[in-house]
Design a protein around this ligand. Structure first.
Ligand code: ZN
Length: 318
């Protein structure tokens, strides 16, 4: 058994990098901290000591132990280098275990698999650590000391914190979950279980594929146009209307099949949060695109599916 000692943490603001993905026009807060945790790993009863730096993203509006892991400071190699948290990958289980130990020591929240995620809208309440995985894409708890975790690699992770009722929620929002407004299901579950008022909830939107990189075909763009009709020009880059007109004029379906659009999943989640009563001042976006930042994050799309997973962790202090 290795032992892990946290020697210290330093944080640097990533706010200036938020401009990378062109979302300066948000009405919500943009920017996060990149925390560097200095760890000492004592192996085999102290026979060997290694130092490493584990990095993770944290948010100034979430005042409890939490973080989204970066890919630095772990032991995995190849496409999983180096701090892969995903057990569902082809990475060596012993490496994933070691990475989880390191991340847990760095953040102060143990990475524990809870959910078997399938891009649905099911929210699972945890009152204790489960035996085995529960099907769902979001989880909530009000139990101090109970760690919550979701894993992603491009999909949007959301952290929700209700300081009034002492409750937290994590949400995994891929494009399907985003279009289904899964964040509203999480807010509803927090309200139904703990009495949470959306106006009291702080939300952090973690590293995930940005509007710069989330290129989709017309089918996906049209799903978002249908879900957010009034805001579609704000969510979708690309001339969909023109493509649709061309298609109708030509009576050929394939005319717009090659047209590409860029959907802004961050904005779509923000819209759904605002619609449910979350205050703009209580929302903070990392503004960090997982696909652009290859040195920091895993990206399912960039790495053509063979990649690690980012962990998003949160825990109410005990
Ligand atoms: Zn990008």
């Amino acid at each position: 058994m290795n032992e892990y000692k946290l020697l210290g943490r330093t944080a640097c603001s990533m706010a200036e990098r938020a401009g990378d993905c062109g979302q300066a026009d948000y009405a919500v807060n943009v920017g996060a901290d990149l925390v560097t945790a200095e760890l000492e790993v004592c192996k085999r009863g102290g026979l060997s000591v290694e130092r490493t730096q584990v990095k993770y993203v944290s948010f100034s509006n979430i005042p409890i132990p939490h973080g989204c892991s970066a890919r630095l400071g772990g032991v995995s190699d190849g496409p999983y280098a180096s701090l892969n948290i995903g057990q569902s990958t082809d990475d060596a289980p012993s490496f994933v275990h070691e990475n989880r130990q390191r991340l847990g020591a760095a953040v102060g929240v143990s990475p524990v698999s809870l959910l078997d995620m399938n891009h649905g809208t099911r929210v699972v309440r945890f009152d204790s650590l489960p035996h085995g995985l529960h099907k769902g894409d979001a989880c909530i708890t009000n139990v101090p000391g109970l760690p919550l975790m979701i894993t992603t690699a491009d999909c949007v992770p959301l952290i929700m914190y209700d300081g009034v009722h002492g409750a937290i929620g994590l949400t995994h929002a891929g494009w399907r979950g985003t279009a289904a407004k899964i964040c509203q299901y999480t807010l509803k579950a927090l309200r139904d279980n703990y009495g949470t008022d959306a106006a009291d909830v702080q939300v952090a939107v973690g590293p995930s594929i940005g509007p710069c990189c989330f290129e989709v075909g017309a089918e996906v763009a049209e799903v978002f146009a249908a879900v957010f009709p009034a805001q579609k020009s704000w969510l979708i880059a690309g001339d969909m209307l023109k493509a649709r007109q061309e298609m109708l004029q030509n009576q050929k379906k394939n005319v717009n099949e090659n047209k590409k659009y860029f959907v802004n999943l961050w904005r779509a989640n923000v819209l759904a949060l605002l619609e449910a009563g979350v205050l703009p001042a209580n929302i903070r976006l990392s503004g960090l695109c997982s696909m652009c930042h290859s040195g920091l994050f895993y990206s399912y799309r960039r790495d053509k599916r063979v990649t690690g997973r980012i962990a998003t962790l949160a825990m109410l202090p005990s």
